[in-house]
Design a protein around this ligand. Structure first.
Ligand SMILES: Cc1cc2nc3c(=O)[nH]c(=O)nc-3n(C[C@H](O)[C@H](O)[C@H](O)COP(=O)(O)OP(=O)(O)OC[C@H]3O[C@@H](n4cnc5c(N)ncnc54)[C@H](O)[C@@H]3O)c2cc1C
Length: 508
């Protein structure tokens, strides 16, 4: 085992050094902004990357993109490692307040809220699942979409067909084994345009208003402060994500009066507008279900020892294939009648240290949920996650689907949480299943809707009562998409850019 760890660490270190020396240099990256721009975009995540690229496609339009973080690390390229960025210093490090009804099995009933702070934003640390069926796929995305690898496990999952569900393989944004964000697909190819300026390590601190318009965008780059003044036609577009966009407005004096009054004592802001900013957050919930499978029927099962085998790392590094080239989320089943989605995770032995650190789950909860995880050589487990509408009946559907994966002889492991001792531990018992959900269900990391209140945004995504301020990110999406949110945010940004192009009468 130590040899494997040493070999793999050596390879990883070599790759890190290689990536560092081959970093591209982009002409659009600036150290100081110009005086004026047509568009000032705050945040270079999913929404901001698409928008900056689309709007700057006309050389006559001058665009400034301000991003609080720098370039993403090489880790975000490697499918298996990308979510590890949640434990690095490159996130905003947010947590929820203690929950009253959920997260009983988490420290202080608090959940983490990882948000990316680098070019590509949260889209650079996500599982890059991209469903294609509901919205026409943009040509730039077509060549980046790959479906999950075939495996006896996936075949077994799809064959377990419950007639109410739509079973499918996953599509991911990935090329040659490297995961892709909207920064890779949209922004970076535009980052040598003279009319696009990108300020990195630059956090927008406050907006100043005059006559119902944003007059000044104030930001800090390292130790320097900058104020960019808007002109008559300048539009300011907030793409900071579901947490940071409302936060910036609160810091600028726009929000519920009661909240602004409460914060006034510590932060000097005068009340500009009383709007229900920051309310209406919703998120997908996920309940992990753990199954034992017959490992002899499933050759490409994954465990920690296999992953640390330098052979697999080398295969990934030289050919872009193998265990490191996938998140191991292989399939999904959708139940349109009640909005349940079930995901098939093929990597069945999560690491207790990484999992509990990322999620804030207690180790005791983890141990009950995922037995036998301590042996890194052990194989033969899979996980299904019930997402979206987590109800007792949905959990039972998931257990039924898993147990009918007969080709791999799957058997559900019912966790016996001490917190649920008062109920009879039985998957048929609603009270026990509901208790399980309160103890161990967690976020899918898809928060949306914090700016979507009808009193906050107009239909054209402008902030009520302000002429040149718009929001184009997850916070502007009012109701949870039936599947993954990135696709909906991309669509929002493309539509917004399209409207601007029509208004200004420019073609690409
Ligand atoms: C672990 C994980 C897995 C996920 N898996 C999937 C998946 O498989 N499929 C999917 O569709 N979705 C997934 N998501 C969700 C998806 O990635 C997000 O919904 C999406 O990236 C949000 O896009 P956004 O544009 O709203 O914000 P973000 O992508 O978060 O971008 C906001 C950007 O703004 C910057 N910023 C914020 N405030 C400021 C400021 N004041 N000044 C300057 N810059 C600022 C941030 O640094 C960031 O770069 C996942 C999320 C997580 C955390």
């Amino acid at each position: 085992m130590w040899k494997r760890i040493f070999g793999t660490s050596l390879l990883i270190a070599s790759i890190a050094i290689y990536f560092d020396y081959t970093k591209p240099v982009y002409r659009s990256v600036k150290k100081r902004p110009d005086k004026h721009y047509d568009y000032i975009i705050v945040g270079g995540g999913t929404g901001g990357s698409v928008l900056a690229s689309e709007l700057s496609s006309n050389p006559a339009i001058k665009v400034l993109l301000i991003e609080a973080g720098g370039h993403e690390s090489w880790i975000s390229r490697v499918p298996l490692l990308a979510p590890m960025q949640m434990i690095l210093d490159s996130t905003w490090n947010y947590q929820t307040v203690p929950q009253s009804h959920s997260h009983v099995g988490f420290h202080d009933q608090i959940s983490t809220v990882p948000r990316g702070k680098f070019v590509g934003g949260t889209g650079n640390m996500n599982f890059y699942i991209h469903n294609v069926s509901s919205i026409e796929v943009h040509p730039k995305l077509v060549s980046a979409l790959e479906t999950s690898r075939q495996s006896p496990l996936l075949t077994s999952f799809i064959a377990s067909n419950d007639s109410r569900g739509i079973f499918s393989t996953m599509s991911n944004l990935q090329k040659n084994g490297q995961r892709l964000s909207m920064a890779d697909i949209f922004l970076k190819p535009a980052m040598n345009r003279d009319n696009l300026h990108v300020m990195l390590y630059s956090e927008v601190l406050k907006l100043y208003f005059k006559d119902n318009r944003v007059e000044i965008v104030e930001f800090r780059r390292k130790t320097n402060h900058f104020n960019v003044t808007t002109l008559d036609g300048t539009q300011v577009v907030l793409c900071g994500g579901s947490i940071n966009t409302p936060l910036l407005l609160l810091n600028s004096g726009i929000g519920p009066k009661s909240v602004l009054r409460a914060q006034k004592a510590s932060v000097q802001v005068s009340i500009v507008k009383d709007l229900p900013v920051g309310q209406g957050l919703s998120d997908h919930v996920s309940m992990p279900l753990y199954f034992h499978v017959n490992q002899s029927k499933w050759q490409d099962s994954v465990n920690l020892a296999k992953l640390l085998n330098p052979k697999h790392m080398w295969e990934y590094w030289t050919q872009g294939t193998g265990l490191w080239s996938s998140t191991h989320i292989l399939g999904q089943a959708l139940f349109p009648s009640d909005g349940t989605m079930i995901l098939l995770y093929a990597m069945g032995a999560p690491n207790i240290d990484a999992f509990t650190y990322v999620s804030n789950m207690k180790r005791d909860t983890f141990n009950v949920l995922f037995p036998e995880h301590t042996d890194p050589f052990k194989e033969g487990f899979i996980m299904l996650a019930i997402c979206l509408k987590v109800k007792a009946v949905a959990v039972r559907s998931g257990v039924k689907i898993g147990n009918s994966m007969s080709q791999v002889e799957a058997r559900y492991h019912l966790p016996k949480f001490p917190e649920c001792d008062q109920f009879q531990a039985d998957i048929g018992n609603d009270d026990y299943v509901k208790c399980m959900i309160r103890v161990a269900s967690m976020t899918m990391y898809h928060p949306i809707g914090t700016m979507a209140h009808e009193d906050v945004l107009n239909e054209n995504l402008s902030v009520k009562g302000l002429e040149n301020l718009f929001v184009v990110d997850g916070s502007a999406i009012g109701s949870l998409p039936s599947r993954f949110p990135n696709e909906a945010i991309i669509h929002l940004a493309l539509k917004f850019a399209e409207q601007r192009k029509e208004e200004k009468g420019f073609t690409q």
